[in-house]
Design a protein around this ligand. Structure first.
Ligand SMILES: *[C@@H]1O[C@H](CO)[C@@H](O)[C@H](O)[C@H]1NC(C)=O
Ligand SMILES: *[C@@H]1O[C@H](CO)[C@@H](O)[C@H](O)[C@H]1NC(C)=O
Ligand SMILES: *[C@@H]1O[C@H](CO)[C@@H](O)[C@H](O)[C@H]1NC(C)=O
Ligand SMILES: *[C@@H]1O[C@H](CO)[C@@H](O)[C@H](O)[C@H]1NC(C)=O
Ligand SMILES: *[C@@H]1O[C@H](CO)[C@@H](O)[C@H](O)[C@H]1NC(C)=O
Ligand SMILES: *[C@@H]1O[C@H](CO)[C@@H](O)[C@H](O)[C@H]1NC(C)=O
Ligand SMILES: *[C@@H]1O[C@H](CO)[C@@H](O)[C@H](O)[C@H]1NC(C)=O
Ligand SMILES: *[C@@H]1O[C@H](CO)[C@@H](O)[C@H](O)[C@H]1NC(C)=O
Length: 501
């Protein structure tokens, strides 16, 4: 009986002196996370963090101890489950707060509905560029993990610092959750002033390294997002063609599963290890900057304990706290701060607008350090740049950090300017301003269409994909003004999916 318990709490509050600042309220929280542990944000990994936050809020005797969170965990499948669950549940009572979903397409549908119903949504996912549009559809969305566009700031900062002008984005597009597509879309979105080419490929294709490396010749920087094995294949092929001699910069982006990069990532125990080690000397990795503070120790240990108790042994780094785990913990904190402020100003918990606006444009203390939210409700991100600093040993170090809150690039002692200086460039090529497009500027349209079409298009796309790249490239030549290009890009992302369906 929620009413009875709130009544009880109310009397307790009246009886206990020194708690006059506490506001009592029941809060219905709906958490939408996948059960499948192959996701870094699965229920088994993230739920303990949410419960840990609930416990902290309840027991630390502070001004939030009057909030009673009734947390309902429901499953998402990264397709439609979360939406259906939200609709079904809301026939009875609508939740006051939604945490998740993380997957882009699923989040799009849920956030759209929640925004219509004026319910705050906080997610450590929904990182695609399209969600940055908070004017209408996604008005209630607060992103507690740095989005892909925030990550892309690291690249613009580097490009400006080193006066690089052109980049090739190479990514694997699974046409399902499309994490790499959305990751590099962020770069594409932010780097409109640079000369950007894209090269998508599909998981079922044979990796045509010759074709990829052909596209490298007239660019300076290669930015990649794909599985670790494919990165290695491309780096080996580039090394064989002597493209790793300093004339080109190679980057890969791996935000959440950093354990797959850095020390030893080139090693597979095959005959190519030595080549791979040398090739990786010119591969730099952009990842999230992780901070820790004393409170984090206990949190981290508790998370490890919980995942062990639930029998999560099927993964290598289950115990480690990733950005999703940390983010959903901080989501509870941020919501409590905002709800408290809104209620003190006389608004009810049902006024999502009043609460959401109080979560934006503020800085608060998260479990691992300061969390800074921009005035669009998106977290400012801090990122690290890792490079191989000892080629004999093949070991990596963080050589620089990018701080989103003030937009500064901080070089660490291990930073070697020479490593990031392009050598022996044949500048003539880089001049031609020519842009291909394959990444829609608006993920929005992609999100809308994709959510509707689901996986059916995947199969159909198989037959279409061969022509896809050619179409893009041909169109690129006939493009003129920027406005026209942008419109066309938006059409592309619809068209590519529709044509497939
Ligand atoms: C979990 O996801 C993986 C990868 O997407 C898939 O191969 C596996 O079948 C899924 N497991 C279950 C129980 O659905
Ligand atoms: C993280 O990277 C490792 C090593 O490449 C890989 O085995 C694992 O499946 C990855 N985990 C996820 C959730 O992507
Ligand atoms: C974390 O802190 C709580 C309360 O201070 C304590 O009960 C718990 O044992 C600590 N956990 C670990 C793993 O140290
Ligand atoms: C909700 O809060 C906003 C201010 O954030 C206010 O303008 C609006 O009138 C409130 N709505 C209701 C129904 O109280
Ligand atoms: C964000 O907060 C700062 C002060 O903390 C204020 O000066 C600024 O106007 C706010 N921005 C918006 C868009 O509300
Ligand atoms: C890699 O190993 C070296 C030497 O063992 C160590 O100094 C360095 O901190 C490690 N780097 C990372 C990113 O773990
Ligand atoms: C930018 O922010 C970071 C982290 O808050 C801080 O360490 C750094 O000194 C700041 N840099 C400048 C130039 O303000
Ligand atoms: C590196 O190799 C490329 C391709 O073979 C060549 O064009 C370039 O001049 C070389 N650069 C240096 C610094 O040797």
């Amino acid at each position: 009986m929620p009413h009875l318990s709130s009544l009880c709490a109310y009397f307790l509050m009246l009886l206990s002196p020194g708690m006059t600042n506490t506001i009592t309220e029941d809060v219905e929280v709906l958490v939408l996370l996948p059960q499948n542990n192959s996701y870094l944000f699965s229920h088994a990994r993230v739920a303990p963090a949410i419960l840990y936050a609930q416990q902290r809020l309840r027991t630390d005797g502070g001004k939030f101890s009057g909030f009673h969170f009734n947390i309902h965990f429901e499953k998402s499948d990264c397709v439609n489950d979360a939406l259906f669950l939200l609709v079904d549940r809301s026939c009875g009572q609508k939740p006051d707060l939604i945490l998740g979903p993380v997957c882009e397409y699923e989040a799009a549908a849920v956030v759209r509905l929640a925004s219509h119903w004026n319910i705050p949504v906080i997610s450590a996912g929904a990182l695609a560029a399209g969600f940055g549009n908070k004017n209408t559809e996604y008005s209630q969305l607060t992103r507690i993990a740095p989005s892909y566009v925030k990550m892309a700031e690291t690249f613009t900062a580097m490009f400006e610092h080193f006066t690089w002008k052109s980049a090739l984005l190479v990514y694997e597009d699974d046409k399902q959750e499309r994490n790499c597509y959305f990751t590099l879309e962020g770069v594409f979105h932010l780097m409109a002033d640079f000369n950007i080419k894209v090269y998508p490929f599909f998981p079922e294709d044979r990796l045509d390294t010759d074709d990829i490396l052909q596209s490298i010749y007239d660019t300076e920087v290669v930015i990649m997002c794909m599985g670790a094995d494919k990165i290695r294949e491309i780096m080996l092929a580039a090394h064989r063609r002597r493209l790793t001699n300093g004339s080109y910069m190679f980057f890969n982006v791996e935000l959440f599963n950093a354990s797959s990069y850095g020390n030893g990532s080139w090693r597979r125990g095959d005959k190519y290890d030595s080549d791979a080690r040398q090739a990786y000397a010119s591969l730099n990795t952009v990842t999230l900057l992780r901070t820790v503070k004393p409170e984090f120790e206990n949190f981290s240990m508790e998370m490890k304990k919980s995942t062990e108790e639930t029998g999560l042994h099927d993964c290598r780094d289950c115990g480690s706290v990733n950005m999703f785990v940390e983010g959903f913990h901080d989501a509870m904190m941020l919501y409590s701060i905002a709800l408290h402020e809104a209620m003190k100003s006389g608004y009810s918990k049902k006024n999502g607008t009043a609460i959401t606006s109080r979560m934006w444009n503020r800085t608060f203390e998260g479990i691992a350090g300061q969390v800074s939210m921009d005035d669009n409700g998106d977290r400012n991100g801090d990122f690290s740049l890792m490079s191989m600093t000892n080629v004999e040993e093949g070991t990596y170090e963080v050589v620089a950090n990018y701080f989103g809150v003030n937009g500064t690039f901080q070089m660490l002692p291990a930073f070697n300017t020479d490593h990031f200086t392009l050598k022996g460039r044949h500048k003539a090529h880089a001049e031609t301003p020519e842009k291909s497009c394959g990444l829609g500027v608006s993920a929005l349209t992609g999100v809308i269409v994709g959510a509707v079409l689901g996986t059916a298009m995947l199969i159909a796309f198989y037959f279409f994909r061969k022509n896809y790249r050619i179409t893009i490239e041909r169109r690129a030549h006939s493009e003129e003004g920027d406005t026209r290009k942008h419109r066309q890009l938006r059409e592309d992302s619809i068209r590519s999916n529709f044509s497939a369906a």
